[in-house]
Design a protein around this ligand. Structure first.
Ligand code: MG
Length: 260
């Protein structure tokens, strides 16, 4: 596995606006997620806000490696219920009891920010609410372990342990990533570890900027990609949640760049 591309203090400062714009967009969308709204309305509001802030939507036009599949058409990824990630915004109307995972990426002045949240649409079941809180906690536990010199496996283990202790499973086919001048930089950040060899061999050093993004399923960990070539759903159609932040590791501690 490759090591992260380390950033200077000045470069981390330069990444703040992109992170802030992503946070601001998620805050707006959180208010908009109510029964009756469509995922396309969320997408248009997100694009407007990102562009008004002088940034560029990072996912729009993202190429797909499969032949015949369109470039990603949305500003946000809008993944509802059993959809894990990469849902394409459309005229789907959100209903009370749904959950929606919204992933937002923005580029400002050449630097990327990337974050995701899963929101409840109106009142949701107690078990769905638990899935959301456990997934968010698993992200926060991973971030809490970040410091100069830590092995990446320790970060991955934080997510997996918390999800599995609560009876859920982690997605293995998609992972977090380094981030900076590119949206996807090394290393890949799995949400699971080899239970025998917990060390990944990748050392996180001050200057690493990472997008940590647990994807947690209520049922099994298996996922499949839909006919549109993008949307990823759980194989057993169980609910899935996704929380992500872009975080910078410094000698003085961790900075969450995608919180206001
Ligand atoms: Mg990401």
């Amino acid at each position: 596995m490759e090591a992260p591309i380390l950033k200077s203090k000045e470069e981390i400062e330069a990444m703040r606006p992109a992170g802030r714009i992503v946070a601001k967009t998620l805050k707006l969308l959180r208010e908009m997620v109510v029964p009756g709204v469509t995922t396309l309305e969320l997408d248009q509001a997100a694009e407007d806000l990102i562009r008004k802030n002088g940034a560029i939507p990072a996912f729009k036009g993202y190429p797909n490696f499969k032949p015949g599949v369109i470039d990603f058409p949305g500003t946000i990824c809008a993944s509802v219920n059993e959809e894990v990630v990469h849902g394409i915004p459309c005229d789907r109307v959100l209903c009370k009891g749904d959950i929606i995972s919204i992933d937002v990426g923005a580029n400002y002045d050449g630097w990327f920010g990337d974050a995701a949240r899963t929101y409840a649409v109106g009142e949701i079941s107690r078990k769905a609410a638990k899935l959301l809180s456990v997934t968010e906690e698993s992200l926060n536990r991973a971030v809490a372990r970040l410091k100069d010199g830590v092995d990446l496996g320790w970060i991955s283990a934080a997510v997996q342990e918390h999800a599995e202790e609560n009876g859920f499973s982690v997605v293995r086919d998609f992972v977090g990533h380094g981030i900076g001048r590119e949206m996807h930089e090394p290393p890949q950040i799995p949400n699971f570890v080899n239970k025998v060899f917990r060390k990944s061999g990748v050392e996180i050093k001050a200057g690493a900027v990472l997008a940590i993004e647990p994807m947690v399923n209520m049922g099994g960990s298996a996922v499949r990609v839909g006919n549109d070539g993008w949307v990823v759903t759980t194989k057993d159609r169980s609910l899935s949640a996704h929380f992500e932040n872009t975080v910078a590791v410094t000698a003085d501690g961790v900075i969450v760049l995608t919180e206001e």
